[in-house]
Ligand binder design. Structure first.
Ligand SMILES: Nc1ncnc2c1ncn2[C@@H]1O[C@H](COP(=O)(O)OP(=O)(O)OP(=O)(O)O)[C@@H](O)[C@H]1O
Ligand SMILES: [Mg+2]
Length: 261
């Protein structure tokens, strides 16, 4: 029996005036699969995420989330299909605690009718359930001890974890994570990755993770890596296949330090 991919992107193209930021990009990711998306600065990784999540209109192409056509939908509608994203630059409500941050719906994926939902009968129970969910997300990410810290007191790595936690609050079936460990010190970056791997295996969440450090991602337990260059997919394969590919090494020659073996 054929299974439906969690995410299918077909011929995605995004032009900014004369610039083809994303050019005929196609790939699919299964439920529970953990896939890395890498490529040099400005090659179109974030723009790909912006188009998939509905934050930017695409020039052409099709997006399917769990078999449902998401092309042209609003971000909150796409989140309703089960796809949630995080942003390259983490943004938390600094004067709120960690747990309060989890209870605020994510920026830009806020459904227009979410406020009205709180006025419905039974909303109090729903609210209590959300608080319980928030604590279990912190537990899952092993950061329950900072639940009542102010976001302004967190380290960069802790903020990244809370951002992932906020994405998990929508019970996603698929996560797009834009550089979830950028600027995070080695051991915590490793721990974040282990947590993400556990989420794909235990909960079957599919994930596409942008990572700018090729050396780092090649050493992680990912199922596949997609390499972009100048808006196009240069190569797709297992970490071992990517390591052996001459094309990929060449694409990185202009970026010394990103391919250290
Ligand atoms: N809103 C926009 N308007 C015009 N050009 C844009 C816009 N967003 C991105 N671009 C351009 O599109 C190209 C791809 O940018 P994008 O942010 O997707 O790259 P990236 O691979 O995420 O890079 P980085 O590794 O630096 O985050 C770049 O040339 C960028 O300047
Ligand atoms: Mg980017």
């Amino acid at each position: 029996m054929m299974t439906v991919p969690a995410l299918r992107v077909s011929d995605l193209t995004k032009d900014f005036g004369g610039l083809k930021a994303v050019d005929q990009v196609s790939f699919q990711i299964a439920e529970g699969e953990l896939v890395g998306l890498i490529g040099p600065n400005g090659c179109g990784k974030t723009t790909t995420f912006n188009c998939i999540s509905g934050m930017l209109g695409m020039t052409s192409g099709r997006i399917k989330v769990l078999g449902q056509d998401a092309s042209g939908m609003r971000p909150d509608q796409i989140q309703g299909l089960g796809l949630t994203r995080t942003f390259q630059h983490t943004w938390l409500w600094r004067e709120m605690t960690v747990i309060e941050n989890l209870l605020v719906p994510p920026r830009q994926q806020f459904a227009p009718n979410a406020l009205f939902a709180l006025l419905r009968p039974g909303s109090r129970r729903a609210e209590q359930q959300r608080v319980i969910d928030a604590y279990s997300v912190l537990d899952l990410l092993e950061v329950s001890h900072i639940a009542h810290n102010l976001a302004s007191e967190l380290s960069g790595g802790q903020s990244k974890l809370i951002d992932i936690g906020r994405a998990l609050m929508s019970s996603p079936r698929f996560l797009l994570l834009d550089e979830p460990v950028a600027g995070v010190a080695g051991p915590l970056a490793e721990k974040i990755f282990q947590n993400l791997r556990a989420l794909t295996s235990d909960k079957g969440i599919g994930m596409l993770i942008i990572e700018h450090n090729m050396d780092f991602i090649l050493r992680r337990d990912v199922d596949r890596i997609i390499v972009m260059d100048a808006g196009r997919i240069l190569m797709e394969g297992t970490p071992d296949e990517i390591k052996q590919s001459r094309d990929v090494v060449d694409a990185y020659l202009g970026n010394p330090g990103q391919m250290e073996e």
